[in-house]
Design a protein around this ligand. Structure first.
Ligand code: CDP
Length: 256
């Protein structure tokens, strides 16, 4: 962020390096229920980001001293695979992954009805397989879908995306070059009715730019929500079709 000594031209003929308009999301693909052993799971592609989320629980808390008598605790582990970035990442947790785990958990916790499951834990694992900026937002989107897939009662879904400033212009959903060499990056997460559960900013923007960027990011979250919703509906439609197959045609009597 803010290392624009690379002198990158971020726009060509009014379009971004990857051909997007300033207010356009990267291509978004969501698949629900991809892991057989998790209670809920999701695979997401947000542009070049490829992320898996797995949810387990509500289940017994280990170690037991962490349990809360009035509610379930939520644990969120964000992990980046060594091969997910250009320069091999050292395996295991680091300062960045602790921070991202914490803010992502806090982005989801307000909508989870934890009081339904006292003394238990809901575990969310997010594995980044390929990173291209915005992995925390992709992880939160996948985790929200995986929580719903696990049947965890929630007040609503959470959708996330970032807005940024590059070459003096505001852009939606910055990709790696924009994130690395741009002036600002602001990831947010929100409920479909616009309640913000995550708001971070790296870099500098004016007050006016901040307002516009927030509107832009909120518009992006609304688009993400539609894709999350459709992915969940598609999965349950498919399950229904498998359980109640179309009326079978009467079989012809066998000629002996
Ligand atoms: O991924 P996100 O934007 O949520 O977090 P970030 O800390 O702003 O990282 C931005 C991007 O930098 C990541 O998505 C990766 O593409 C890249 N990165 C990297 O190449 N190596 C790392 N150890 C960490 C991040």
């Amino acid at each position: 962020m803010g290392e624009n000594d690379a002198n990158i031209t971020f726009f060509k003929d009014g379009l971004r390096l990857d051909g997007r308009r300033a207010d356009e999301l990267r291509p978004l693909k969501i698949e629900v229920g991809i892991l057989a052993r998790a209670d809920g799971s999701c695979y997401i592609e947000m542009g070049g980001n490829k992320v898996i989320a797995a949810v387990y629980g509500p289940r017994e808390v280990h170690p037991r001293h962490l349990q809360e008598v009035t509610r379930a605790i939520v644990r969120y582990r964000y992990n980046m695979a060594s091969f997910s970035v250009e320069e091999r990442k050292r395996p295991g947790p680091d300062r960045r992954s602790y921070e991202l785990s914490k803010v992502s958990r806090e982005a989801l916790e307000p909508v989870i009805l934890t009081s339904y499951f006292p003394r238990s834990v809901i575990d969310v694992f997010v594995e980044v397989l390929q990173a291209d900026a915005g992995t925390r937002t992709a992880g939160i989107n996948a985790a929200s879908v995986a929580l719903a897939d696990a049947g965890i009662p929630m007040k609503s879904m959470i959708s996330s995306c970032a807005a940024g400033k590059v070459g003096g212009q505001l852009v939606l959903d910055p990709m790696k070059e924009e994130d690395n060499y741009g002036e600002a990056d602001m990831p947010i997460a929100m409920t479909p009715d616009g309640r913000i559960t995550l708001l971070q900013m790296d870099g500098h923007m004016t007050r006016e730019e901040l307002k516009t960027a927030l509107d832009m990011a909120m518009g992006g979250c609304r688009q993400v929500y539609e894709v999350q919703r459709k992915a969940l509906i598609d999965k349950y439609n498919q399950m229904e079709a498998e359980i109640i197959p179309d009326q079978e045609q009467p079989q012809e009597a066998e000629v002996l």
